[in-house]
Design a protein around this ligand. Sequence first.
Ligand SMILES: Cc1cc2nc3c(=O)[nH]c(=O)nc-3n(C[C@H](O)[C@H](O)[C@H](O)COP(=O)(O)OP(=O)(O)OC[C@H]3O[C@@H](n4cnc5c(N)ncnc54)[C@H](O)[C@@H]3O)c2cc1C
Length: 427
Amino acid sequence: MTLRRRELLKAAGAAGALALTGCATPMIGTPDKARVLVVGGGFGGATAAKYVRVLSDAKIDVVLVEPDAAFVSCPLSNLVLGGSRQVADLTVPYTALAKQHGVTVVRDTVASIDPVKRVAVLGSGASIGYDKLVLSPGVEMMWDRVAGLKEANTQGRILQAWKAGPETVALRRQLEALPDGGVFAIAIPEAPYRCPPGPYERACVVAAYLKAAKPKAKLLILDANEDVTSKGALFKRVWAEQYPGLVEYRPQHKATSVDAASNTVKFEIQDEVRADVLNVLPPMRAGAIAVQTGLANSNARWCNVNFLNFESTVHKHIHVIGDAIQVASLMPKSGHMANSHAKVVAAAIVAELNGWEINPAPMLSNTCYSFVDDQRVIHVASVHEYVAAEKTYRTVAGSGGLSPAPNELEGRYAWNWARTIWADALG
Ligand SMILES: Cc1cc2nc3c(=O)[nH]c(=O)nc-3n(C[C@H](O)[C@H](O)[C@H](O)COP(=O)(O)OP(=O)(O)OC[C@H]3O[C@@H](n4cnc5c(N)ncnc54)[C@H](O)[C@@H]3O)c2cc1C
């Protein structure tokens, strides 16, 4: 595999973390080794980068391209809105991936992929060749589905905060400025979207803050779906018992437009709603680079993959994981699931590059914890097995489960889950 020197120098500058010492020519990786390029350092990408190194006994070069300086976890980010945590509590650096596992971390964006030549071009202009590419770009908001939302978001008026970071902090500020007696409204798109229980968890945690700080305020959940899409009975019980008169759930509210000047959201059928703070989540699809590379072949939104090795059904040698894929039945778009996909894909890639047979019976697991205030939690869990005859995953009968009721013990489990999965992906 050949790499252009000038471009490599540029990438080396961007990475700031390449092994340059003792080398006359800076290189991303070693030319005589197979190279796996990982695009996106979130739950899926960071885990895949680490596990290709671990499972190949560090014999395969791994380059991870990610624009953000550090990983910020979306799981638990609703607690930042509730005011009990800061974004810093959810931030993990990429240094261990580089130092402990020898992953070359390049701080850049992949601007385009040539699936035939197997080369990716970065925003900086550098290009990187690959033998296998793992794509875990997360989701892109489909702004055009809700008229006026993109402009309102760019102006910082109507926020989504569905990627944890500065927008989460900005939404918290809007919430703090909400007058007592004011209205906070969250609009939820039709499933599938990132993290099915996430919006309902957000409603609970924000309601806990309002109950304590602004008891005359009201919280509206405006859901495009016919009913709560995850842990429905548990969430509804929490709203009725913990937040009576504060939280109101309205199903079948599909947002079609917003007006930032009057803070109003309009719906396909129901009457428009005005709120003091509007949190509008538009429909979502696979991250832009997946769509642009022609990989989103399911309704022009999600990427179909071969579930044995997560290879795209459009282009060979590109493996798509995480939120960007067209999921199997009952498979949530979650960080835990992206981490699970990543381990299957890492094992399959290491096997393929070594000429070994790939695991014919992979399994995946998922646990999703949701806070109902800043301490108490409910969870849902599942195990998914590959069914060769159907070429998809099915949940294992009797696996998983659901909390009987919110409790503080699971609040501690939720934090342990988070710290463990961050360490698994990035440590
Ligand atoms: C409020 C909220 C709460 C949640 N709670 C939970 C929970 O409790 N449990 C759970 O399991 N899941 C939870 N999730 C869902 C979870 O965050 C996602 O499912 C998970 O992040 C998906 O992983 P991913 O790798 O597909 O995408 P991400 O983690 O989003 O990673 C994608 C990465 O790709 C990078 N990227 C994108 N395009 C490019 C490009 N062109 N070049 C280079 N890099 C690129 C991005 O910068 C990003 O870092 C929650 C989500 C939200 C919003």
